[in-house]
Ligand binder design. Structure first.
Ligand code: C2O
Ligand code: CU
Length: 499
């Protein structure tokens, strides 16, 4: 195994990812940031210099379990104090499993400002994937807001509450296209659709070859559907675990999830095709995200001759639930879960005001901390309900730090212990680190609390998390051992050391 050393500097810079210029956070000058490429078992060292001048940072390595290094998880307020302006912090951790993972800011709503990227971990030498392909590419899907994260975070914590609204555009590998003429005074704003920074991402393929696309979503808000015009594809990996392959033409993907799909370049090579992302689950107020699948030797600037799809119906939950149910562990790589659990935690997904005027007098707040017995088996049932408006229920992608969990089942309506537990899939459940709970439905998952540390479990919609949609699981902290001095407190806790 090797040590891979990265030196990153985070800054604010003016960029135009969707043609509209705004301040974004960059890593070494880019958003998305550099891709971490490693092999299973390698140690990653990221020396992160905070050059934001007036803003803290923390970076989370999403999908990496941090076994033995819980202090490198990057969860500000849980596993570390934020990295102060001017400071350098060293993250050091082992990538113990091959697969497709992500990283992103985990301080305030910093992810939305552009602080994100991918982590690709290949198999050890001599081990091969259970599927064949000629080449691979990675694609990060995102949604993009023109307001600064400060304005959004301020609105979310004000009385009266100000919601962030729908994103202005959808990005594919950091590129999107905003219609500048929608601006109230375009001449006052720096928005230019001919800016090369916002020219669409182009993926060039050679006819007849098969490509593995590693697709991750780091949207702040949106659930997405991804499609490649004229092509079906096969889903083979989810969150670093092999999937029993299935073919589809829409990939529904929720913030924090990753998938690998195999796509064969088997269409007419004399033209190009759209790759599109569209909002589902919320009434779309955002144009389709566009990229181009370019067939060699057709010129990459040749626009596809068709109108890009607007994707599946945004409010049709059935095909999304069907895809969730279709994702099973690959037959030859099943890790079966413990057959029973020691504890069940039911988390009701709803909205209430607490300090404003409470609609529900039963609403309370807490520190959201759960102590789990080390090595115990824990079930979590995510029960979805309505938002502040009784006729509306949203999709929430829940992400667990420090562990993968088995997805035991999904259902519609109210979870019923007497009927639904008996129907759990204990035979071939997929393991994941992020899972959606669909509108008015429920999702059940199981994990072993076998990783000493404190771990966030939260909705991956950035504004929901910011509004409080998350808890912390703690287990086996006595096994964590000596903490590196670099994480030994800040503010009022600074200077408290273990004996
Ligand atoms: Cu990718 Cu705590 O999140
Ligand atoms: Cu949510």
């Amino acid at each position: 195994a090797r040590i891979r050393h990265y030196k990153w500097e985070v800054k604010y810079e003016y960029k135009s990812p969707d043609c509209f210029q705004k301040l974004v956070t960059t890593i070494n000058g880019g958003t998305p940031g550099p891709t971490i490429l490693a092999q299973q078992g390698d140690t990653i060292v990221v020396e992160l210099k905070n050059s934001l001048l007036t803003e803290n940072i923390a970076i989370h390595w999403h999908g990496i379990r941090q076994i033995g290094t819980p202090w490198s998880d990057g969860t500000e307020g849980v596993t570390q104090c934020p990295i102060l302006p001017g400071d350098t912090f060293k993250y050091k951790f082992i990538v113990d499993r091959a697969g497709t993972f992500l990283y992103h800011g985990h301080y305030g709503m910093q992810r939305e400002a552009g602080l994100y990227g991918s982590i690709i971990v290949s198999l050890p030498d001599g081990v091969s994937e259970p599927f064949a392909y000629d080449n691979e590419r990675s694609i990060i899907l995102n949604d993009w807001f023109h307001k600064s994260t400060y304005e959004e975070a301020t609105g979310l914590s004000s009385i009266p509450f100000v919601w962030v609204g729908e994103p202005q555009s959808l990005l594919i590998n950091g590129r999107g296209r905003y219609n500048c003429s929608l601006l109230s005074n375009p001449s006052l704003e720096a928005c230019n659709v001919t800016n090369p920074e916002c020219s669409p991402y182009i993926l060039t393929v050679i006819p007849g070859k098969t490509y593995r696309l590693r697709i991750g979503s780091l949207t702040s808000l949106s659930a997405l559907s991804f499609q490649i015009e004229g092509h079906n594809f096969t889903v083979v990996e989810a969150d670093g675990h092999y999937v029993e392959p299935f073919v589809t033409k829409n990939l529904y993907i929720y913030s924090g999830e990753t998938y690998s799909i195999l796509v064969k370049a088997n269409q007419n090579p004399s033209r190009n095709y759209w790759m599109t992302s569209n909002v589902v689950g919320r009434k779309p107020g955002t144009p389709t995200g566009l990229a181009i699948l370019n067939y060699y030797p057709t010129h990459f600037r040749k626009s596809p001759p068709t109108v890009p799809t607007t994707g599946p119906l945004w409010n049709d939950t059935a095909p999304r639930l069907a895809q969730s149910l279709a994702i099973k562990a690959l037959q030859s790589s099943i890790h079966t879960p413990p057959l029973t659990s020691d504890k069940t935690i039911v988390l009701l997904n709803t909205q209430n005001k607490i300090d404003g005027v409470a609609k529900n007098v039963n609403a309370t707040s807490s520190n959201g901390l759960y102590r789990l017995k080390f090595n115990s088996t824990v079930d979590v049932v995510l029960q979805n309900a309505n938002t502040m408006s009784v006729n509306n229920s949203e999709t929430h992608p829940w992400h667990l730090h420090g562990h993968d969990f088995w997805v035991l089942g999904y259902g519609t309506g109210k979870f019923d212990v007497t009927k639904d537990v008996g129907k759990y899939n204990l035979a071939n459940p997929i393991m994941k680190n992020t899972v959606p709970v669909h509108p008015y439905g429920w999702t059940a998952l199981r994990f072993r609390a076998d990783n000493p540390g404190v771990w966030a479990f939260h909705c991956h919609i950035e504004s929901h998390f910011y509004m409080g949609m998350g808890v912390v699981f703690e287990s086996g902290v006595e096994k964590v051992g000596m903490l590196p001095s670099s994480v030994m407190g800040c503010g009022e806790t600074k200077g408290f050391h273990r004996p």
